[in-house]
Design a binder for this molecule. Sequence first.
Ligand code: MTE
Ligand code: MO
Length: 393
Amino acid sequence: MPGLRGPSDYKQEPSRHPALVINAKEPFNAEPHRSDLVSSYVTPVEFFYKRNHGPIPIVDDIDKYSVSIAGLIGHPKDLYMKDIRKLPKYTVTATLQCAGNRRTAMSKTRTVKGVGWDIAAIGNAVWSGAKLADVLELVGIHKCSHVTPSGGKHVEFVSIDKCKEENGGPYKASIPLSQATNPEADVLLAYEMNGETLNRDHGYPLRVIVPGIIGARSVKWLDSISIIAEECQGFFMQKDYKMFPPSVNWDNINWSTRRPQMDFPVQSAICSLEDVNMVKPGKIKIKGYAVSGGGRGIERVDISIDGGKTWAEASKTQNPGIPYISDAETSDKWAWVLFEAEADIPQSTEIVAKAVDIAGNVQPENVEVIWNLRGILNTSWHRVHVRIAHSKL
Ligand SMILES: Nc1nc2c(c(=O)[nH]1)N[C@H]1C(S)=C(S)[C@@H](COP(=O)(O)O)O[C@H]1N2
Ligand SMILES: [Mo]
């Protein structure tokens, strides 16, 4: 692709904030400290987790950069940035979460394979760009289509980065055509993040944002779009990011038995406390995030200060000054809520958070029952241990 290129080494990586916790250096995978994650509703770009599978691509000439759209359609087309910017610009606040978020805690039950993430492989940003539904209309695909006349049912996004899992080929993923062409699904080809031009780590010059599903489908550094009959056959759709039952191990795994994970379940985590914090006896603040997939709002966040025996409800917020209502038009349906509770901690204890979404889905109590060999979707109750530091009189 002229204008955009994927390097084969790590000599030209962008600079990153020194406060990030680096889980892997090459490819670069990092998350903020949990306490930095909940200091604002919108995650600052420098504190937004970075999840890469290869070296970061380079734009040599933005005027030459184009996205080709081809496959099972009548009129293939190359779209330049100016064509994409000409389409109506939409702004969507959406939380992106890596399916591997909280993997390290799952590993403690039984070893799992993958980058070890704490609880901050998640972030909430304001994304702006063109709606994919509008882009696809330019190549003759109507809004809310399930299939194109020539049998296209999926929309594949192909990048330009060199990934070792793809034997040096690019990262790719697909979503159903019905989601891609549904304006209400808010799928974007985004060129801005938090009101600024997308930076290299997050997909400059153009990335896909698919709200409400695992981050793996929001392809960065978009090079081409292909309308295909079956879902994408790439590594990250077929040999990764699938959820297996706890009985499946590396000796008996059969990848084709499971669907690629798309939607994510209800999730929450406490970010104001580390495991194990020493706190003074008395009132402490318990703050964190809660989010669910599929645009399902958060109905409730329950907090326990006795390891899950008794519970109290936390308060929830999104935008300052606007009360959060789980299914209201005024709420950001694709975004997390931040929660807060105050509690008196008389003795050393386990503090627990669990969220409930508007469908009544609740996080599972234990990680053991959802353990899976790839360590994805750890949404078990989040627990932190605090110890009381008794000052000597
Ligand atoms: N081209 C490309 N797109 C990609 C990836 C990648 O490695 N290459 N990683 C995916 C994964 S697994 C996640 S969780 C998100 C992370 O996006 P971020 O780095 O902007 O937080 O991007 C997705 N898109
Ligand atoms: Mo991910």
